[in-house]
Design a protein around this ligand. Structure first.
Ligand SMILES: [Zn+2]
Length: 505
């Protein structure tokens, strides 16, 4: 019989405090491979998670087939109709493809809808119900996944990115496929899962430095030595207000005892890092602006407005930073971006050289930030918003900020556009003629991904307390669903780490 592996994907990272639901248009307008044929054609040979899955499946002699891959940008909870549309199609395609040896699923892992806190658990459970107990189900997720018991009961294996900023999507897909194929080959592969009741703001850590890097390197060395087969150490999406299970640790080894022992060891080390992961000093907006005023180095101060990072699920439409810059408008060259389509249209109507007062920002999520009035703005330039990323993760990829305009208010350069999704990349400003290195202050709506490009060209990077759905001070956000105790909301102790479990034999 022909050996066959089925692939599908559903991806969105939910920021619960973003009041705008993610709709079907957010999926069809971003990444939407409507059929299995399209999924395979688009991802085969590509540096994507599904590309890695296809690679390993085909190299191991399996034919691949599949169903839709739907991805939306990070944002508010997904409308449940979208999940319904997705499941209806995937389950029908899966039934038509049966029998299959394995199902490989690309998920974010931290997806909430307006009716479910655990959409990824729902998707995996629905797939399991169709294929029965004997087919292998393996998922590849983000490092920020909320890996729940429900997910672990439905899937044989769940792997997560081992890098942050995320660079190993393809490899994560390969690992998920490799584990599934090991099981199909009858090799012993036990997966243990546990969770640590803690979270940390995404700006607080990376895998390129500090304790999390050391912990990941320990895991890589154990895989290298053949002590374990695979491991994932998750940092649960911090702006997910759901019945989160915590930051999960998942370890695959040849024996249950080994998988459980290493999962317990990694979980204890993850627990010990809880304070460090909260990140460096936070600056107030006034302090960051003052640092730019006082800066004598010939490089800019970067104001990290991560609370309004679209990458973390916020709306990108906060203009609050401008309020703090306005007193310096005639003396300090600074670059700020705001997602505001009404302001773009007004700038287009005025034309280059036109002058007017603008109310900027606060339109997409008025509960998170208020509009800011900037008087006497001159329309400096108008743009179609298409540009190319310099990377490093997506070097050369095409990006689109929507129709855009640069407004000049004294020395302030204000980029108004359709979306700030790629504010992390210096080309976001450069493509519209704003050179970050010639500014005293550059505002960036991103958590961590901006560092690779910005660190070498800045005098100082200030993680700043700003308003937004991805607020950096987790303790002041209106969480209501997270179980207690959960760090940093409460103190926790080592005995609150769950005992590692093997949920599927
Ligand atoms: Zn992530």
């Amino acid at each position: 019989m022909n050996k066959k592996i089925f692939l599908c994907g559903f991806h969105q990272e939910t920021a619960s405090f973003n009041p705008n639901p993610s709709t079907i248009e957010d999926y069809t307008g971003y990444i939407y491979q409507a059929t299995g044929e399209e999924l395979i054609a688009v991802n085969r040979g590509k540096n994507t998670l599904l590309g890695g899955m296809i690679d390993v499946a085909e190299e191991s002699g399996y034919t691949v087939c599949g169903s839709a891959n739907m991805c939306a940008h990070s944002g508010g909870p997904v409308q449940h109709e979208v999940v319904d549309i997705y499941l209806k199609q995937v389950l029908s395609d899966l039934k038509a493809a049966l029998p299959v040896d394995a199902v490989l699923v690309f998920l974010h892992g931290a997806t909430q809808s307006d009716v479910s806190d655990d959409v990824c658990g729902d998707v995996l459970t629905a797939i399991r119900e169709v294929v029965g107990e004997d087919t292998v189900v393996s998922a590849g997720c983000d490092l920020h996944a909320n890996v729940t018991e429900r997910m672990m009961r439905a899937a044989d294996y769940i792997t997560g990115y081992q890098t942050y900023p995320h660079l190993d999507m393809c490899n994560t897909g390969k690992r998920a496929a490799m584990l599934a194929i090991r099981k199909l080959q009858g090799k012993p592969t036990c997966m243990a899962w546990t969770t640590v009741p803690q979270t940390a703001p995404a700006h607080g850590y990376t895998t390129t430095a500090g304790g999390l890097k050391t912990l990941m390197e320990k895991g890589f060395a154990m895989v290298e030595r053949g002590e374990i087969i695979d491991f994932s150490i998750y940092q649960v999406q911090p702006w997910l207000d759901s019945c989160v299970s915590g930051s999960a640790v998942v370890v695959a080894a040849e024996t249950e005892e080994k998988a459980k022992a290493v999962a317990a060891e990694f979980a204890a080390e993850e627990f010990a890092l809880r304070e460090e992961l909260q990140g460096p000093k936070l600056w107030t907006m006034a302090e960051t602006v003052q640092a730019a005023v006082d800066n004598t180095v010939d490089k800019p101060v970067v104001l990290v407005d991560s609370a309004d990072s679209p990458g973390a699920g916020s709306t990108g439409d906060s203009a609050t930073v401008l309020e703090y810059l306005l007193p310096h408008r005639d003396t300090m060259r600074a670059a700020v971006a705001v997602s505001d389509t009404a302001a773009v249209e007004k700038a287009y109507a005025l034309g280059v050289g036109g002058k007017a007062d603008f109310m900027l920002g606060g339109a997409l999520s008025p509960t998170l930030s208020s509009p800011v009035e900037v008087k006497d703005c001159v329309v400096k330039s108008l743009h179609d918003g298409k540009f190319m990323l310099e990377g490093p993760a997506s070097r050369g990829a095409e990006a689109d900020m929507g129709k855009a305009a640069v407004l000049q208010a004294g020395q302030l350069l204000i980029l108004v556009c359709g979306n700030c999704n790629n504010c992390k990349d210096p080309q976001f400003y450069r493509s519209v003629g704003i050179e970050p290195t010639l500014c005293r202050l550059v505002s960036v709506k991103a958590c961590t991904s901006f560092r690779a490009a910005y660190e070498p060209i800045s005098a100082l990077i200030c993680n700043t307390i700003t308003p937004g759905a991805a607020g950096v001070e987790l303790k002041i956000l209106p969480f209501t669903h997270i179980p207690a105790p959960f760090y940093p909301f409460q103190e926790t102790s080592a005995d609150q780490i769950g005992a590692p479990q093997i949920l599927r034999k």
